[in-house]
Design a protein around this ligand. Structure first.
Ligand SMILES: Nc1ncnc2c1ncn2[C@@H]1O[C@H](COP(=O)(O)OP(=O)(O)OP(=O)(O)O)[C@@H](O)[C@H]1O
Ligand SMILES: [Mg+2]
Length: 199
């Protein structure tokens, strides 16, 4: 659960938007959309207190795992990165296989393609997250079939515990098959919430 009260994002005089009162409720899957530059990534950074141009109050319960738009990977191999998140060898192999990437386990991160980097990052995020998972355009460089399987993995993560919270930013809305409970739209310097499915 993450609650926002009287939040305003204002970057050096450039007003982005404000939110009077909103809660990312336990158990929900929330989609965050909006055109380039509307402040989606900035809002996500606010949720982990990594955004300096913000005023207001954020109250959160539970551990938050955040996957940025450009995920950071250690400059070693995929295996090393996944091992650091506590994955077993079998989990790594199975996860990569599901994502059509079984051949990258011993590749160095610097030689990976964009989609391969995202697959590594996603497996790591899912394996680390216990309560709240924030994903900033996690499939933007993946091919269509990998996007579909990735969504299944994220859904599976969400279902493992009743009070897990997922917040995901995406542009490829037509490729999304997940049943989100709410959609947040950033538009015209404002914040709108659309209810999609009841919990
Ligand atoms: N640290 C910063 N310093 C100055 N401006 C910033 C900073 N962070 C974000 N901005 C500006 O805030 C606006 C929103 O940026 P943000 O990255 O949140 O957009 P976005 O909705 O995630 O866009 P995209 O779809 O392209 O990822 C942009 O105009 C950006 O240049
Ligand atoms: Mg962004």
């Amino acid at each position: 659960m993450i609650s926002l009260k009287n939040l305003t994002l204002n970057i050096k005089g450039e007003y982005l938007f404000s939110i009077e009162d909103y809660t990312f409720e336990a158990g929900k899957k929330i989609l965050l959309v909006g055109d380039n530059g509307t402040g989606k990534s900035s809002l996500m950074k606010c949720l982990i207190n990594h955004f300096p141009f913000m005023e207001g109050e954020i109250i959160s319960r539970g551990e938050i795992v955040y996957q940025p738009q450009e995920p950071y990977l250690f400059q070693r191999t995929v295996r090393d990165n996944l091992k650091l998140s506590g994955m077993t060898r079998q989990e790594m192999e199975e996860g990569l296989k599901e994502l059509y990437a079984e051949d990258i386990l011993d590749k160095r991160v610097r030689v990976l393609s964009g989609g391969q980097r995202q697959k590594t990052a996603l497996l790591r995020s899912i394996s680390k997250a216990t309560d709240v998972l924030l994903l900033d355009e996690p499939f933007s460089q993946m091919d269509e079939k990998s996007t579909i399987v990735s969504q299944r993995l994220v859904d599976q993560w969400h279902r493992e515990k009743a009070d897990r919270v997922l917040v995901m930013i995406s542009h490829d809305v037509e490729l999304l098959e997940m049943d989100f409970h709410e959609k947040i739209i950033l538009k015209d310097r404002a914040f709108f919430v659309e209810k999609l499915n009841e919990l």
